[in-house]
Each structure stands twice: as structure tokens, then as C-alpha cells.
Design a protein around this ligand. Structure first.
Ligand code: TRP
Ligand code: SF4
Length: 405
């Protein structure tokens, strides 16, 4: 586990802009982001370049969904006062880091990422035998590393991309974090913390290295974090020296697994655009009502007085997301005894989905009528993102010996 990153507890996550968001995104990702933004320093990114890797033949899809997606985020409760929202392509530093990292990335590492072959299989109608698509996970690594993010909220399918990111960071630090006389420089850096702190640091380092004492490591991290008067370079040396190796320029992030969304689609499968079983985030109430009223139920309930089994019914799964224990008990009992009809059973779910969307639609309205508001939020977010990205890139160029001064 890596020090710098987890200490900073900065969070970076992204979403491809390639279509409308639905309630699955809301329950799976956005509610999670809205919670994280109060716990960590958060950067949330519109991954338009990532969308381009698969939509390059029809980039209009991307252009059309960028602003709607940001509005969806804001409507769902992502707060620009708490988190920074930005667009990937507006921070071109990502592209330079991607390029620099590509120099040290073995082809095999990319070819082995499971999404590479999986997505090619799944999206057969698209030609994904491209350089850009192969580099998809490396671009994602650059997204994360340029912010030195410690935590990356992602779904299960993205975990291999975070694994790759960790390997790339390790390789980078291995190549470029080694300086002549690293130990000497680290010792000198320790002295700059003052006698007492330097001694404490050395003791903790010894305890960790000789006895594998993780508590000592934690304490040493806290000690380094608290130092105000040492340079970033010295801090990196001291972090690296603690654990052996060299300077840690790009800290290894960790995946923060998004709790599996239990949000079922209208057919009981996971809600997903490709299954055509979604309710969009800001769908019109009449349409929501229609979709729910016509969704399938337990096929055994052909007639009103045929009893049913909620376990065989997608409506029951929606009750589990939306209903109180009391309502759930009522549905169970009513279904099994044929005491209620399916439309009756669906009503509390319909009411709950509609109620959930009221504040979402309301919040969205403000941004729809005032597009400049959204533009400004993104402009601010991009500026904040670029400040961090520029700083990292300067360090990276320096470490790689690319500052020809
Ligand atoms: N690949 C991610 C997805 O499909 C989106 C993404 C791009 C991302 N860059 C990222 C997620 C950086 C986390 C961190 O969901
Ligand atoms: Fe499904 Fe409810 Fe109908 Fe039972 S009563 S089949 S749970 S909709």
C-alpha cells in the first residue's frame, strides 16, 4: 500500500460521456460520489477521450452527452462546492502523461487487460483494433496518476485498470525515482525536519523495516504529512526511503469498489442501456409510469386470482430498492395469496420512483435554464484540475530528465 496516495486521500473518478444516465447510474455511482465528496477531496471527470476510443466514427454522440451528463451529476447531488468537476480533454496534461507513460508500458500488459478482448467481443460492430483502444486503460492510469489520487471509486469491471495503474506507477518510480545517492539525500532530508523528528523518523523506519511493524509505518506517514517545511521532493524521498526503494513520484492508487448496485432493470436483469431496460434519470413521469405499469411480472399470475411468487418477479426486486419493510410484507403476502393484483403491487414502486425523481428534475431545471452556470462550474473544475496536473507533470518531466534548462 502506498503512503503518499492514501495519506492525501484524494479521489478521482470518471465516467464516459456516451449517452443518457439512468437510475442504475444513480443508485450505483452518483449517490456514492455524492457521499464521497464530503469525505475526501474529489475530482470527477467527464471521460470524453475514453468515449472517443469506441465512438470515434460518430463523435457527435459524445458532444451531445457531455453537458447533459454534467447536469445529471449535479441533479443527482454532486456538489460543485465540494467536488471538482471537469472534462478530460480540457486538461491536456492527461495526454502528455499518457504519452510519457506509454514509453515504459510493455505491450503485453495492455493486451492482457481483460476489458481489451471482452469489449472487442461485445462491441463486434465496432472496429476496436486501434492503437487508441489498446491504450484505453493506460489513459485511465494517466487520469489517476496525474492527480496522485489515492482512491479510485470504480465498479468491479474496472479493477484490472487500477491494477495496471499500480504496476505502471511502480515501474515509473523504479526507473525514475532512483537518484544517485538516494540514501544520502533521504538522510539529509530527514535532518531538515529537526533533530527530534529526524530521530523519530529513523526509529519508525527501523521498526518497520526490521520488524515489519505496520503501526510504525502509519505513524511515520503521519509524521511526514505533518511536516510543513520540507519540499515535495524531500517528502517523496522520505516516503520512499521508509519502505526501501527510491523516491515515490507517482503513488499507487487503490480501487474503492463501488458497492454493487442492486438496481434492477425493467426486466429483472441489471439496468443497462445495452439491455434496453432503463429508466433515465430525468425521464418524464408519464413515461416512467408507463414503463413500470407494463413491465413483466411473475408469469404464473395469468389471471388476477392466480397466486404468484415474488422471487420470480422483477417488480419484487424494485420493492427491495424502494419499499419499507411494511410495504414489502404487504406485497409478499398479497402476491402469494393473490390478495392483490400486480398493478396494485406496482403502485408503491411507481410512487417511490416518481418521488425520487422530483428533486432530481427540480435541481436539473435550474441548470437547463441557465447553461452558463454549468459552463462556469466546469471551467472552475478544469482550472483546479489543471493546477494539480501541471504540477505533477513538471515533476514527471524532471524525473525523466526532460527539463532541458
Ligand atoms: N473507464 C471508466 C469506465 O468506463 C471511466 C474512466 C475514465 C475512469 N478514466 C477514469 C474511472 C479514471 C476512474 C478513474 O467506467
Ligand atoms: Fe410481482 Fe407484485 Fe405481481 Fe407478485 S403481485 S407477481 S410481486 S407484481
Amino acid at each position: 500500500m502506498n503512503s503518499l496516495a492514501t495519506q492525501h486521500q484524494r479521489v478521482l473518478s470518471g465516467m464516459r460521456s456516451s449517452g443518457q444516465l439512468h437510475l442504475g447510474h444513480y443508485h450505483g455511482v452518483l449517490k456514492n460520489w455524492a457521499r464521497l465528496q464530503h469525505e475526501y477531496e474529489c475530482f470527477f471527470m467527464v471521460a470524453d477521450w475514453h468515449a472517443l476510443t469506441t465512438e470515434y466514427e460518430n463523435p457527435a454522440i459524445i458532444a451531445n452527452s457531455v453537458w447533459d451528463m454534467v447536469i445529471d451529476w449535479l441533479a443527482a447531488g454532486v456538489d460543485p462546492g465540494a467536488a471538482k468537476l471537469f472534462i478530460q480533454s480540457h486538461v491536456p496534461e492527461h495526454a502528455e502523461l499518457h504519452l510519457l507513460l506509454s514509453m515504459i508500458t510493455p505491450l503485453g500488459w495492455l493486451e492482457r487487460v481483460p476489458t481489451y478482448k471482452d469489449q472487442q467481443e461485445k462491441l463486434k460492430e465496432k472496429d476496436l483494433a486501434t492503437y487508441g483502444f489498446l491504450g484505453y486503460p493506460l489513459l485511465q492510469s494517466a487520469d489517476v496518476l496525474i492527480y496522485k489520487a489515492g482512491l479510485v471509486p470504480v465498479g468491479e469491471d474496472q479493477v484490472p485498470h487500477i491494477e495496471l495503474t499500480r504496476e505502471i506507477a511502480r515501474r515509473f518510480n523504479h526507473f525514475y525515482g532512483r537518484e544517485a545517492d538516494f540514501a544520502g539525500k533521504a538522510e539529509a532530508a530527514a535532518k531538515k525536519m529537526g533533530k527530534k523528528n529526524a530521530k523519530l523518523y529513523q526509529d519508525l523506519r527501523k521498526r518497520y523495516q526490521e520488524q515489519g511493524d505496520h503501526e510504525a509505518l502509519e505513524t511515520a506517514h503521519a509524521l511526514l504529512e505533518a511536516q510543513q517545511n520540507i519540499t515535495l521532493g524531500d517528502r517523496e524521498r522520505l516516503f520512499g526511503y521508509l519502505e526501501g526503494g527510491g523516491r515515490i513520484i507517482l503513488p499507487e492508487p487503490q480501487a474503492l469498489l463501488t458497492p454493487m448496485s442492486k438496481m434492477p432493470g425493467l426486466d429483472g436483469q441489471k439496468m443497462s442501456k445495452s439491455y434496453g431496460n432503463t429508466i433515465t434519470l430525468r425521464e418524464a413521469p408519464e413515461s416512467v409510469q408507463h414503463k413500470l405499469r407494463t413491465m413483466p411480472t411473475d408469469p404464473a399470475r395469468v389471471r388476477r386470482n392466480d397466486p404468484g411468487d415474488p422471487e420470480k418477479c422483477p417488480v419484487w426486486q424494485l420493492h427491495q430498492v424502494y419499499s419499507t419493510d411494511e410495504v414489502k410484507g404487504w406485497a409478499q403476502q398479497g402476491c402469494r395469496s393473490a390478495g392483490i393484483g400486480c398493478l396494485e403491487c406496482k403502485q408503491p414502486v411507481i410512487d417511490a420512483v416518481l418521488a425520487e425523481q422530483v428533486p432530481i428534475r427540480e435541481r436539473a431545471q435550474e441548470f437547463i435554464t441557465n447553461p452558463n452556470l454549468v459552463r462556469n462550474i466546469i471551467a472552475d473544475g478544469c482550472e483546479a484540475a489543471r493546477d494539480v496536473a501541471r504540477e505533477t507533470l513538471t515533476e514527471v518531466r524532471q524525473a525523466m530528465g526532460l527539463q532541458y534548462l
